[in-house]
Write a protein that binds this ligand. Sequence first.
Ligand code: SF4
Length: 75
Amino acid sequence: MGLKLYTGPILDVSDERELCVHAAECVRGMPEVFNVSERPWVNPTHADTPELADKLRAVVARCPHHALKIVEHTS
Ligand code: SF4
């Protein structure tokens, strides 16, 4: 499976499925971005304000095995 990158307007999220321990911090923390019934299941396009981007950073930081990571835009 490997690493997948999901792009959003303010930041991107990478996902390494092999590291996921299904703690559901992501889906509980920000269901508008992390929704396992949708494809793609990670959709950072919903984090489209600075406040929502900060919330997404906080939710991703709680991912226990670092399956999810924030990829900041460089420009
Ligand atoms: S928070 Fe991380 S470990 Fe938990 S379900 Fe989401 S991706 Fe998997």
